[in-house]
Design a protein around this ligand. Structure first.
Ligand code: BGC
Length: 373
């Protein structure tokens, strides 16, 4: 059967039936049909997402799926409940079921080396989605946001919330000292160190001159990191810090993700803070719960990363590869995964506060008023 007629035949069938039908045709799963530009793309795309515990990944999964289906692809979308062996076996199943390409948002970026060798052996191209996959040459492209800049934005919004910077980003000369605590993301997520580095580079001059003080003394990534980005772990760490620092009042908390911010705020309110004296707490992902919290004057800021755009980028990369074209990238130096520099397409993120959430999130159609009501 010629490739394009097989792909058409395949297009109407269920994914399971397809898996069986294609099981013996691994050789046909080329990453693209180089030289065959006249052939139609199509096929099955495996989409591996980390967890449904966070809205952002649900939105990512839905967006990727809908956009691929619009282009005529079949989609095998799986969530791994933040469990590494589950994600590995989901990807193995995608490979053995005849996936033509994989889009993967990893849980732990270092644990997919073996399974991606299987993908390579079956000629299946791999796109790392949002999180870099480390330690393997078998990742073809990467799309994400400018993760260092996300960290800079988180720290900048902390400084703005404290009044150290004004709305234009200029130093106000405020001397503080402001007491802040620092949180980082999951150490097995490559993004977490980028966020941290961007934030620390921005805060360091103020830590050095004493405008900012970290009362717990916990200023290392290892001390600040929250494994698997779990809100309850952040809550627990915040509770412990409050115990350690006693009556010292906090004015700010650097939080790299909305889920952590919710846990942190919950520890702060149980620890005696009220709406009027809650510290400036940052975030990331513009999740509904956090936007509501921002509107209510609890959380101060978040970073909006438009998952529609990220999905579009990943889908375009897959579609290009399937059509034998070379995906467009805009960064070929930042994301070294230990085996290669993965060609990347980076998107821009935006700081969101109470002042601009309507314009950024509602006017853009990301949320409706009712979502946030
Ligand atoms: C993503 C963030 C997200 C975090 C927790 C990171 O890899 O880039 O957007 O907040 O994971 O899910």
């Amino acid at each position: 059967m010629k490739k394009h007629s097989m792909l058409k035949a395949v297009a109407g069938a269920g994914v399971l039936a397809l898996g069986i039908g294609l099981a013996g045709c691994a050789g046909d799963r080329t990453g693209g049909n180089a030289g065959g530009g006249e052939e139609e793309a199509g096929g099955i795309i495996g989409v591996a997402m980390p967890t449904q515990q966070s809205e952002r990944w649900i939105a990512d999964g839905n967006n990727v799926k809908a956009q691929l289906e619009e282009l005529g692809y079949q989609v095998d979308l799986q969530y791994a409940n933040d469990d590494i062996p589950t994600q590995v076996s989901q990807i193995e199943n995608m490979i053995s079921s005849g996936a033509n390409a994989l889009i993967i948002a990893s849980i732990d970026g270092t644990t997919l080396t073996d399974v991606l060798q299987q993908a390579k052996d079956a000629d299946i191209p791999v796109i790392a989605y949002d999180r870099l996959i480390n330690g393997t040459p078998n990742v073809d492209y990467y799309t994400t946001f400018d993760n260092y800049k996300v960290g800079v934005q988180q720290a900048t919004s902390l400084l703005t919330g404290l009044g150290v910077l004004d709305a234009s980003g200029a130093d106000t000369g405020a001397a503080g000292p402001f007491n802040v605590e620092l949180f980082a993301g999951s150490p097995d997520d490559n993004n977490a160190t980028f966020f941290w580095q961007g934030a620390i580079d921005t805060l360091q001059p103020y830590l050095d001159k004493g405008t900012l003080v970290v009362p717990s003394g916990q200023t290392d990534f290892g001390q600040a990191a929250i494994l698997r980005w779990l809100p309850e772990t952040a809550q627990e760490r915040m509770e412990n810090i409050l115990t350690v620092i006693g009556s010292t009042k906090l004015q700010g908390v650097l939080s790299p993700y909305d889920g952590l911010s919710i846990g942190i705020i919950s520890a702060l309110t149980s620890g005696g803070y009220s709406a009027s004296d809650l510290p400036v707490v940052t975030g990331q992902d513009a999740e509904v719960g956090s936007i509501k919290s921002i509107i209510a004057g609890e959380q101060y800021s978040t970073i909006f990363k438009d998952t529609r755009e990220l999905a579009k980028q990943a889908v375009t990369m897959v579609d290009d590869i399937r059509k034998g074209e070379t995906p467009q990238v805009n960064d070929e130096e930042t994301y070294d995964n230990g085996e290669k520099i993965v060609p990347s397409y980076l998107l821009e993120s935006t700081i969101v506060t109470k002042d601009n959430y309507k314009e950024i999130l509602i006017d853009s159609g990301y949320y409706t008023e009712a979502d946030l009501g």
